[in-house]
Design a protein around this ligand. Structure first.
Ligand code: ADP
Ligand code: MG
Length: 256
């Protein structure tokens, strides 16, 4: 399955969730492929390998120089990563917005899926940038499900509404409803506000809101600076438990 982490709001846990969900898949015996589709390269920096040559990043894929498989580098304890590069910021201005460029990632991932013997499902996780442009549209067009992290604060409810409106505009082009799940992140059980926001989100989006919430947790916050996922950093932390619960819930829904 292909899961894209997207929200037009920054700092909500897209990159954190991409990393730790991939790590959970690996721990359960999978070999996920991570794509860093954000020119800010946060995921690539956590991996510790920003390519000097933009052609060796996703930019090379959009230029048509290299296939995704050629660009993927191993990530111990996680799977594989197709790295980002600052040059990705230029994709909008260089390649425009025609259907060929918007479907490029979907077709590139199809090539990888077809190359897997017996068509075993490749779990692909796409970390997006926080704006709607060629990059995010590629992710939305390519994914089976959009995972929308919502950090547990009131501004995030507005951001969720904005996401809904964006998808409503895109769906006539896609000719399908974009499958989506909302994930509450940075959840603080001691605050009444957390429960209130969770209830409001449920009222509005019903079953599309995942039961799992990701707690505000120090191990989650610390681990990227050590270039680790939360399981490697502290396997018994609340953060590690929450991300494993997320994996299990998505698996139960056949989204992984
Ligand atoms: N559950 C959490 N608990 C504590 N800190 C978190 C949590 N989720 C994310 N963070 C921190 O919040 C910041 C933004 O998260 P990030 O995943 O980079 O957001 P985004 O990719 O949406 O911009 C990072 O410093 C990250 O370590
Ligand atoms: Mg990010």
């Amino acid at each position: 399955m292909r899961i894209a982490l997207f929200n037009q709001k920054g700092g909500v846990g897209k990159t954190t969730t991409a990393l730790n969900l991939a790590a959970a898949i690996f721990r359960e015996g999978g070999q996920p492929l991570l794509l860093d589709l954000d020119p800010q390269c946060h995921l690539t920096v956590i991996h510790g390998s920003t390519p000097r040559d933009s052609g060796r990043s996703l930019f090379g894929f959009f230029q048509g120089i290299r296939a995704l498989d050629e660009l993927a580098i191993p990530w111990e304890g996680i799977g594989r990563l197709v790295p980002s590069h600052q040059q990705l910021i230029k994709v909008d201005s260089i390649f425009g917005k025609g259907p060929a460029i918007l479907n490029k990632l979907r077709l590139g991932l199809d090539v990888i899926d077809e190359s897997i013997p017996g068509n075993a499902a490749q779990n692909t996780i796409i970390d997006c940038c926080p704006y709607v442009g060629v990059l995010a549209l590629n992710a939305i067009f390519a994914c089976d499900v959009l995972l929308i992290p919502i950090s547990t604060d009131y501004m995030s409810l507005q951001a969720a509404e904005q996401m809904t409106r964006t998808l409503e505009i895109l769906e006539p082009v896609l000719k399908r409803r974009v499958e989506r799940r909302y994930l509450l992140t940075r959840y603080d059980r001691r605050r009444n506000m957390s429960k209130d926001i969770q209830n409001q989100l449920r009222q509005r989006y019903d079953e599309e809101v995942l039961q799992t919430v990701i707690s505000e947790n120090v191990a989650i916050a610390e681990s990227p600076s050590k270039k680790r996922d939360v399981f490697n950093h502290n396997a018994s932390s609340v953060g590690a438990k929450d991300y494993m619960a997320l994996y299990k819930e998505l698996r139960q829904q056949n989204l992984i």
